[in-house]
Design a protein around this ligand. Structure first.
Ligand code: DGT
Ligand code: CA
Ligand code: CA
Ligand code: ZN
Length: 574
């Protein structure tokens, strides 16, 4: 079982308990556990196999939850969840997924109006029956209606990081199958897209049947939807579809190319082939009836006079122009990273101390980190007021001599207030080595207001970068309204940087915006925003997104060795 699946079970238990009006502390315990587990990068299943002690060491996991995790991992289900599900109509669970409708509100709607389905709820909104319920209102009713339309439309996608866990499991599960010669994931997963709609696998095998039989036995398979001679589709318990195609060895490269996509990239490629008097499909590149390439991707592209494209660039954007000019970028890799410039400690809402974060970063071979705890306004995250921040920086001074060739920047993640001011006085901010500024509140403001707020922060001499610049949460919340172009221009004019937040739920800036920042010459800092030691592992997701934006080592500031970075820090430049 993957961490995401285990977290989803706890999240669902919390929802169901809350719907039933259970003790808030009990509800909260399950939510905290879900969050802890979803943020871990090591597989909880492995910890469970190591014994209950390994689990109870995790924050927020006591003996009872450890027990439940072990049961889940060993049996694939949990009696408590089954019990709760039996007590609540299944369609009610769908209602809870409407943005703006938590379990409490769904309970009110269900108990007062006996509404059980999205359609009934939509009808009730249209008849203005919801606004009269206690604790609701016209505005809420309107938002619910919008949420329903979104929920009805939403195609189920999953985060790349969750797809990755499943892909690795399926690869391991299929490995060693009799007669299996080659196996590779394709599709949006291979392109590193931040969310993935379904999984696509390609295989070469002496006989397709043993591979298909084995896929059908993967532990999370719910149904085999279709199975032919060379093609199979299964659906997992989570609803995710997995496609498998078994192709002839001499077509593997062509099939991998074709099913990696994107569709847009392939359309352009097909046109180029046609112009050359060739035909390209999933079986190969053909001149007339003669296959001239197909076994390897390199030779497929080569037959069209093209270089091999890193999958991350195959979106039909600039890649063919670059190839024609002989200037395909040499994309940044995880090994290029020298430090991490956004993370939290126990001083605000992090789970690890500054020393623990520093040790973990040193183990990764980093030369520097910045501790950027929240400022006072973010009180839910135990944000720091000037006194606490200054005493944190004092503590950092004490630590300064502790490591050779490793330094901790005195940083802060300062909140950009609704009126555009920063949440800390200048005389404090001016003492920092590294300041990232971010919008947490008032995200519903108009495009003009939010743009003005962010540009205002960029003008501030102490600010180095804007953190998670668009505020999006993948599959959860769209970006706030902001004129990103104006923001990037301002960053260029004031000599500032932009963050690519590497948290797999954020990946903000996204790939297209990273490319835009590069076009403006605005340096990117890829930062994890880690709230725990494991959170530091998110760097790989950020690097993947940066690659999709065509960024090279030179475009990313935290590839610089410390001496260089120090010279490049915005506040030293002025
Ligand atoms: P997803 O699954 O929605 O995250 O995105 P993809 O890109 O994985 O799309 P999917 O699974 O529908 O198809 C995998 C690849 O197969 C896609 O990227 C390109 C190729 N492909 C599928 N259908 C077509 C098509 O009608 N025309 C072309 N040129 N390529 C296609
Ligand atoms: Ca796919
Ligand atoms: Ca597919
Ligand atoms: Zn942060």
């Amino acid at each position: 079982m993957t961490n995401a699946e285990i977290a989803a079970v706890f999240e669902q238990i919390a929802d169901l308990l809350e719907f039933q009006g259970a003790n808030p502390f009990r509800v909260r315990a399950y939510r905290t556990a879900a969050r802890t587990i979803s943020e871990l990068t090591e597989p909880v299943a492995e910890l469970a196999h190591a014994g209950p002690d390994a689990l109870t060491e995790l924050p927020g996991i006591g003996a009872d939850l450890a027990d439940k995790i072990t049961t889940l991992v060993n049996t694939g289900s949990l009696p408590l969840l089954e019990e709760l599900k039996a007590q609540v109509p299944e369609s009610v669970l769908t209602l809870m997924r409407v943005p703006g409708l938590g379990p409490k509100r769904v309970a009110a709607i269900y108990n007062k109006l006996k509404i059980k389905t999205l359609e009934e709820l939509r009808e009730a909104c249209l008849q203005h029956k919801i606004r009269d319920l206690e604790g609701f209102g016209a505005k809420t009713e309107e938002n619910i209606l919008k949420g329903i339309e979104a929920a009805l439309l939403a195609t189920q996608r999953i985060l790349w990081c969750d797809a990755d866990q499943i892909v690795q499991e399926i690869l391991a599960h299929l490995e060693g199958t009799k007669g299996l010669r080659r196996l590779a994931p394709a599709g949006s997963y291979r392109r590193g897209k931040d969310t993935v709609g379904d999984l696509d696998f390609l295989a070469v095998a002496d006989d397709p049947n043993p591979v298909m039989d084995r896929l059908a036995k993967y532990r999370a398979v719910k149904d085999v939807i279709a199975r032919g001679d060379t093609k199979m589709s299964v659906v997992l318990q989570s609803g995710l579809h997995v496609d498998l195609r078994v192709v002839p060895e001499e077509s593997f490269g062509a099939a991998l190319q074709y099913f990696t996509g994107s569709k847009e990239h392939n359309v352009i490629l097909r046109g180029m082939a046609k112009d050359l008097g060739l035909k390209i499909n999933e079986y190969g590149v053909f001149r007339g009836d003669k296959r001239i390439a197909g076994r390897e991707e390199e030779e497929v592209y080569g037959a069209l006079g093209l270089p091999w494209f890193p999958p991350e660039l195959r979106e039909g954007r600039k890649e063919f122009e670059w190839a024609a000019a002989g200037s395909l970028p040499e994309l940044i890799t995880l090994e290029d990273i020298r430090g991490d410039l956004h993370m939290h400690s126990t001083w605000s809402d992090g789970l690890a101390t500054i020393e623990e974060m520093a040790e973990a970063a040193r183990k990764k071979g980093y030369q520097y980190i910045a501790i950027t705890d929240h400022s006072q306004r973010v009180s839910v995250a135990n944000g720091l007021n000037p006194e606490r921040l200054l005493s944190q920086w004092n503590a950092l001074d004490q630590l300064a001599g502790k490591w050779r060739n490793f330094r901790i920047l005195k940083g802060v993640e300062v909140d950009i207030l609704e009126d555009g001011r920063l949440d800390l006085p200048d005389e404090v901010l001016n003492q920092a080595d590294w300041v990232v500024a971010s919008v947490h509140f008032g995200q519903n403001q108009s495009r003009e207001e939010i743009t003005r707020r962010i540009i205002g922060a960029l003008k501030h001499p102490a600010v180095c970068a804007i953190a998670h610049p668009t505020g999006r949460l993948l599959l959860e919340r769209p970006a706030y309204q902001v004129d990103l172009d104006a923001v990037l221009r301002a960053a260029r004019d004031y000599g500032k940087m932009m963050e690519l937040n590497a948290h797999p739920r954020r990946l903000d800036l996204d790939d297209v915006a990273c490319a835009a920042a590069k076009a403006y010459g605005v340096p990117i800092a890829i930062s994890t925003d880690a709230h725990s030691i494991n959170g530091l592992e998110a760097m790989r997701y950020g690097v993947l997104q940066a690659r999709r934006g065509g960024l090279t080592k030179a475009d990313v500031v935290n590839t610089l060795p410390w001496g260089e970075l120090k010279r490049r820090l915005p506040r030293y430049r002025r």
